[in-house]
Design a protein around this ligand. Structure first.
Ligand code: 6R9
Length: 655
């Protein structure tokens, strides 16, 4: 694909300088890049001072056993103390930590003093249930304050948690319990989802019938929905309101080594068994606290932060549980879906709490685009001053919509690239420094070393594409895959000698800014040309009739792969419109060149997505190639695939 056509699509002439007032008062200025470049380890040692250490580290990085890193190894600290107690000790006990908004309209606010009492009680309860330092605890919960309290209680005891997304099946939960050999499961009777109670406990009961889960001694159950039919295993199951509530609300935290395990979070690989990504204590907390401060320009006294992610995704770990609370922020926690009971629900919440910083995913932005501009227009969004995006490349069209309709054409957008494995943000503009470009994550953050390389590991010149790699260790990096050091080496460190391979395709533009192009497994090969799914999807989304698009390469006898596109149309467009497919193909050809023209275009009502809103292209490839579906356990709604398959025989195609 020529660079002129790419430039046309990405409209690189669109540039947005930081608002003057934000730049003048920014937490982080351009000097940070220079400091970090001059002394990267010194820079991180400085950032570690944002935390309260019981024993301050004297050593920053031990890379002698690379790629197994040790950061701040001789330091000791307690994560929960850093996220809760120290703020109370600093006189901030009355500051709201969490504004909880339930889906059914119930709400409650917890101050840092409340949080300290609740976390202490939960920690005391876990001790009573026999949880010891090092024991693993599985957390399978809805989006309620007790989830964050449970995570902090585990951290307080040095018992690594493994949060499993509440939307996952009993099988997916069982696999994760087995792999981590969890001793306790914390769950709820259910949570509210689309206006209705949705049970969780039955999946735990079923998971615990599977072999390899026998070491689970107790299931601690929060009563959220009050469903009457909760099955109970005497001696194993205990109610949170019975066991936690009666505990003392005081608990003295113990400091742990900086390299003590903090949590395991499973991420589904392209092949089979999910990978248990292991994160540890001091380096992780340093980088989540620093990035939350720098990338969102957080002013804890006045800002109200809202990350819409599920806590079962790494984004919820780093930017709901740990980063904001380490920084003493006030944040919103919302239980439900963006369109319950109406499509303006998020904007109503922004207005209610005066949210100033919003962090969400492109998939949600595209859904809001589909619902229409008039919906956010009904609410007062003037409090918003910084907008964030994460999870996928954000299409330039969605970026522009986000800026215009949510950010009043003024709030900077920070497109943050990172992974479960990286633990915290790695590439992102800084809101007071970077002149932003719609669709690009642009630059490594201060203290982070990233670049784009070709097949032979050579850095590509500006204007060329290749693979995104991280060239130096960073504090919040994964330490290994739980129980499988070899898989850690093979997956991330074997493709390019001495470099971390992220699995993402990327290109550098003429200014050297980085644009993410999707997972390399998804790159299509059409008549000898590599074509990125992201580029074709962005071209489709830039057509006024398309709200969302997913593109895959299906095996094709003539062209190796043929481009198949699944599109969700905007409200006004009709799937029966005969000329639509031809119109969309012509549009892509005009934007990217004829080679990128999809062979087939299928209008669909929904797309298969993961918990974080990522499109599961693997499943769409199966559909496009008429194969049986593989593992669908990480799909948020498996009925979506039935719908798409049912449509297949009549799907629009043009040769
Ligand atoms: C935080 C998170 C990681 C993968 C990553 C990449 C994609 C995330 C992105 C992005 C382009 C961004 N990704 N943020 N692609 N621009 N701003 O998403 O973690 O669920 O592990 O996914 O997500 O492909 O490799 P995780």
């Amino acid at each position: 694909m020529s660079n002129e056509s790419l430039a046309n699509l990405l409209k690189e002439d669109r540039r947005f300088a930081p608002p003057a007032e934000l730049a003048a008062n920014a937490n982080v200025t351009a000097a940070a890049y220079e400091q970090a470049a001059a002394d990267r380890l010194g820079f991180w040692a400085e950032q570690a001072k944002r935390l309260s250490w019981e024993t301050a580290p004297t050593e920053t990085l031990d890379w002698s056993n690379a790629p197994f890193a040790k950061w701040f190894a001789d330091g000791k600290l307690n994560v929960a103390y850093n996220c809760v107690d120290r703020h109370v000790e600093n006189g901030l006990g009355d500051r709201v930590a969490i504004h909880f908004e339930g889906e059914t309209g119930d709400s409650r606010s917890l101050t840092y003093a409340d949080l300290q009492r609740e976390v202490s009680k939960a920690a005391n309860a876990l001790i009573e249930l026999g949880v010891r330092t090092g024991d693993r605890v599985a957390v399978y919960m809805p989006m309620i304050p007790e989830t964050v309290i449970a995570m902090l209680a585990c951290a307080r005891l040095g018992a690594p948690h493994s949060v499993v997304f509440g939307g996952f099946s009993a099988d997916a939960l069982a696999t994760r319990i087995q792999d981590a050999d969890a001793r306790v499961v914390i769950t709820a009777d259910g949570g509210y989802r689309r206006g209705k109670p949705s049970a969780l406990k039955p999946a735990v009961d079923e998971a615990l019938t599977k072999p390899g889960t026998e070491n689970v001694r107790n299931v601690l159950v929060v009563r959220r929905t009050g469903q009457e039919d909760v099955a109970w295993t005497e001696g194993r199951d205990v109610w949170w309101h019975e066991v936690v509530e009666r505990q003392s609300d005081r608990h003295t935290p113990e400091a742990f080594d900086a390299e003590h395990p903090l949590f395991i979070l499973y991420t589904s690989g392209t092949t089979g068994k999910p990978k248990g990504i292991l994160h540890t204590t001091g380096g992780y907390l340093t980088q989540v606290a620093y990035t939350h401060h720098a990338v969102f320009d957080l002013k804890p006294e006045t800002d109200v932060f809202w990350c819409t992610a599920d806590v079962g995704w790494v984004t919820g770990h780093s930017y709901i549980a740990y980063g904001p609370l380490a920084n003493g922020a006030t944040e919103v926690l919302y239980e439900g879906t963006p369109d319950t009971p109406h499509q303006g629900r998020w904007w109503e919440i922004v207005q209610k709490y005066g949210v100033t910083i919003l962090y969400t995913a492109p998939t949600a932005i595209r859904a809001c685009m589909k619902w229409g501009d008039d919906i956010p227009a009904k609410f007062d969004l003037s409090s918003l001053r910084v907008l964030g995006s994460v999870g996928e490349p954000i299409n330039p069209e969605a970026w522009m919509w986000y800026r215009k309709h949510i950010g009043a054409d003024a709030a900077p957008i920070v497109d943050t690239w990172w992974q479960t494995e990286t633990g915290a943000m790695m590439l992102s503009p800084l809101p007071g420094v970077t002149t932003t470009k719609p669709g690009s994550a642009q630059v490594p953050l201060p203290g982070i070393a990233a670049t784009v390389v070709d097949d032979d590991a050579h850095e590509v010149p500006d204007g060329a594409g290749g693979y995104l790699v991280l060239t130096e260790p960073w504090p919040s990096m994964l330490r290994t895959i739980w129980g499988d050091d070899q898989r850690y080496l093979d997956t991330y460190w074997s493709r390019f000698e001495g470099k971390y391979f992220a699995g993402d395709g990327a290109k550098k533009d003429e200014d050297g800014d980085i644009w993410l192009l999707g997972r390399v497994d998804d790159v299509m090969l059409v008549s000898g040309h590599n074509i990125s799914t992201t580029e074709v999807e962005s071209a489709l989304v830039s057509h006024p009739k398309v709200a969302e698009a997913a593109v895959v390469g299906a095996t094709d006898p003539q062209t190796t792969q043929a481009i198949c596109a699944f599109v969700i149309l905007r409200g006004t467009a009709s799937a029966d419109d005969e000329g639509l497919v031809a119109e969309l193909r012509a549009h892509v050809a005009q934007q990217l060149g004829p080679i990128a023209k999809p062979k087939r275009i299928m209008p669909v009502a929904e797309l298969p997505k993961t918990r974080s809103g990522k499109i599961m292209r693997r499943l769409l490839r199966d559909v496009a190639e008429n194969r049986d579906l593989g593992d669908v356990s990480t799909l948020t709604d498996s009925s979506v695939m039935d719908l798409i398959q049912a449509k297949l025989p009549g799907a629009a195609s043009e040769d």
